[in-house]
Every structure is written in structure tokens, then in C-alpha cells.
Design a protein. Structure first.
Length: 285
């Protein structure tokens, strides 16, 4: 472990990524009542024909979307996990986080939570178990499950697709040097929330997902990574970066120099304060 790593209370090394959210489609129609010759009113909308799972969604978000789309009581999909027969890696220990692959899924009339979850996991296995991902994971001294975990952090942390390879490189560089990852996205996952900024108090949470206090990767992925994030995880951009921070929208700075990173963080704080002051000003009448 590097002795020149700053205290986690003195500086935040990384930024939290933003989750990409997508609309799920039309409002779900109520369950049809088995009454002969029942005719639906013109004001009723049909059930959506597809379910969109965006890259970066957590399993909990997928469960809620399935419940809503199939017009099921909240919590139904989560409860169905035990009987879904999902073909997950042994390392997952029955937890499908990271393996509910982001895509657009058809919703046939006989759709059930179990069938939808199984389709998502089967799609993930097709994407992850192919030669490119397996070879890329081995090249980085990891198994496929660990590579998916890295990809999930990349998905959460990278502000743009162009930054994904660099974020992945920071993760590998820190792991190789025995440094804690100190990724805000893992803390947010531990706290079951999404948040723009992580406080020093947040980084003290007692959780295996707290990468400020725990070394190495978190025990599972923290979201469903898309194909771009997976590619970045197995083919990280060459570089010696150890730190990154988004100074302003569209501008994330990567560096291997702590002093330079501290200057970047100070500039990012100034930019945020400036934006906060601007938003607090009353609108002109």
C-alpha cells in the first residue's frame, strides 16, 4: 500500500458516476378481469410491448421496473428470485447484481418476473462468457466475475464513454499498487442511494462495499454494466493515472500526481460553489 495516499477525510479521490435512466414506456394496464365479453374502455392504455433496462441500473431498479410493468405488487420480482433458476456464476452466490444485462426485452402476454430475469441473466452470460471477455479478464489477472465488477464501477464512475478506459486504468493501477480504490460509487451502493457528493462521514460506513475502508474490489458488481464499460474493463487505456475528478461537465481530469490532483479538486469545488451561487440567485422578474 502506498504511503503517500492522502487521508480519505482530507480529499475525495474519485467522482460518482451518474446513472443513465430511460423511460420504461407506457403506463401499465390493469389486470384483465375474467368476465365474458368484457370490452376495454377507450381510455385504457395497453401494456408496454418491451422493457428497457438501461446500462448502470442496479438490480433493485430492475426489480421495481418489472413489478411496475407487469402491474405486480411491489417486491414481487425480488421474492421470485429463489424460484427463477438463474444461471449465475458461483461467485455471485445467488445475487444477480451485474448480470441483469442492459437491453430492450420483449414482453409477451405470458411474461413473468422469473422469465424476464432468466432472459436477462442468459443475455449477460452470452455477452460475458465469450472469448473476448474471458481472455481480457485473464490478461488482467482476473476472472470474468471480477471483470464484470470492474466494469460496473466504470459504468458508475465515468462521466462519458471516452473516459471509461481511463477510469478502468485507474482501478487497475490502484489495485496493483495496493491502494484502496476509494470510489464514491461503491459507498453510494453501500448506502442504497445515489448522490452527487460523498462526505467524509459517508466513507466510514461499515460495509464490504466501502472501498475507502476495504481493500480490493467489492464483493459483487454494483450495477448492470453496458458493453462499453465491459470493453473498457478488459481493455483499459494505457496510462499511469491514480486519481481523477470531474472539474466541470464534460471535463474529467486524470493524473498520477497527487499535488496536481489536489489542484484539480480545488478547481472542481470552486466550480460547484459558483454553480450553487448562480442557482440560488432569484430569477429576474
Amino acid at each position: 500500500m502506498q504511503t503517500n495516499t492522502p487521508s480519505r477525510n482530507s480529499i475525495r479521490l474519485t467522482r460518482r458516476g451518474r446513472f443513465a435512466l430511460a423511460t420504461l414506456g407506457a403506463v401499465v394496464a390493469g389486470t384483465a378481469v375474467a368476465v365474458p365479453l368484457l370490452i376495454m374502455g377507450d381510455d385504457e392504455e395497453p401494456r408496454p410491448e418491451t422493457l428497457v433496462v438501461p446500462a448502470g441500473w442496479r438490480a433493485a431498479q430492475v426489480y421495481a421496473a418489472i413489478d411496475k410493468t407487469l402491474d405486480l405488487p411491489a417486491g414481487t420480482t425480488r421474492k421470485s428470485l429463489a424460484k427463477a433458476g438463474l444461471k449465475l456464476p458461483n461467485e455471485a452466490d445467488g445475487n444477480p447484481e451485474g448480470y441483469l444485462f442492459p437491453a430492450t426485452y420483449p414482453l409477451p402476454e405470458n411474461a413473468t418476473p422469473q422469465k424476464l430475469l432468466a432472459r436477462m441473466v442468459d443475455t449477460a452470460n452470452q455477452k460475458f462468457n465469450g472469448a473476448p471477455v474471458a481472455a481480457g479478464a485473464q490478461r488482467n489477472a482476473m476472472n470474468v466475475y471480477q471483470a464484470v465488477t470492474v466494469a460496473s464501477i466504470v459504468q458508475a464512475e465515468a462521466a462519458t464513454q471516452a473516459d471509461m478506459g481511463k477510469v478502468a486504468r485507474v482501478i487497475f493501477n490502484r489495485l496493483e499498487r495496493g491502494m484502496p480504490l476509494q470510489m464514491d460509487s461503491t459507498v453510494d451502493y453501500a448506502l442504497h442511494r445515489t448522490k452527487a457528493r460523498t462526505t467524509p462521514a459517508d466513507t466510514e460506513v461499515d460495509s464490504p462495499y466501502n472501498s475507502y475502508r476495504r481493500m480490493g474490489l467489492p464483493p459483487t458488481p454494483i450495477d448492470s454494466p453496458g458493453e462499453d464499460a465491459v470493453r473498457a474493463a478488459i481493455n483499459p487505456t494505457p496510462g499511469d493515472w491514480l486519481y481523477f475528478v470531474t472539474v466541470r461537465p464534460g471535463e474529467t481530469r486524470f493524473t498520477a500526481d497527487l499535488a496536481e490532483h489536489q489542484r484539480n479538486v480545488a478547481e472542481a469545488e470552486a466550480e460547484r460553489n459558483k454553480a450553487a451561487e448562480k442557482s440560488a440567485q432569484p430569477s429576474p422578474t
